[in-house]
Structures are given as structure tokens and as C-alpha cells.
Ligand binder design. Structure first.
Ligand SMILES: [Zn+2]
Ligand SMILES: [Zn+2]
Length: 83
């Protein structure tokens, strides 16, 4: 069964509609300020931040870290997995 991941927090659901209907604790606009957003890449053994290249084995481990090369400024946002 396929899993669909949120690109912000790494939570996964078996359906996109379940995933995107609940609020995301790591949404870039603030805690619970938006819904989970679908990570559109494939499931991988390692995920790479698209801004700085930081690597982690899961999305949920990658995204808590502040990103030194975030487009909003140094450490103004979190790592985001490349597709
Ligand atoms: Zn989320
Ligand atoms: Zn990063």
C-alpha cells in the first residue's frame, strides 16, 4: 500500500485526502496554520534538503532542522525535501 507523506512534517497517510484535510504542526506559516501538503517525490532511503543539501533518512527527521540556506533567510525556515 502506498503512503503519502507531508513535505513539512513527514507524517504519512494511506490517502491524499486524509493527509491534506488535517492541519500540519510544522506548516511554514506557523503551527497548525495550514494543512499538511503532499510530498510529490518518490519514497526514498535518504531525503535531501532542496536548499542546502542536508540529508536525512526520513522526512520527519529532516524537516525539524532550521535551514541555513532557506529562501526566507538564514535559519528562517526548515529544511524541505527535494523531490
Ligand atoms: Zn504536515
Ligand atoms: Zn536545508
Amino acid at each position: 500500500m502506498a503512503n503519502f507523506y507531508c513535505k513539512y512534517c513527514g507524517i504519512h497517510h494511506s490517502s491524499v485526502s486524509n493527509l491534506t484535510s488535517s492541519s500540519c504542526p510544522r506548516h511554514p506559516n506557523g503551527v497548525g496554520k495550514g494543512k499538511h501538503a503532499l510530498y510529490e517525490g518518490d519514497e526514498k532511503s535518504q531525503y535531501t534538503c532542496k536548499y542546502c543539501g542536508h540529508k536525512s533518512s526520513t522526512i520527519s527527521n529532516l524537516t525539524p532542522g532550521s535551514c541555513p540556506r532557506h529562501p526566507d533567510g538564514i535559519n528562517k525556515g526548515h529544511h524541505e525535501p527535494a523531490l
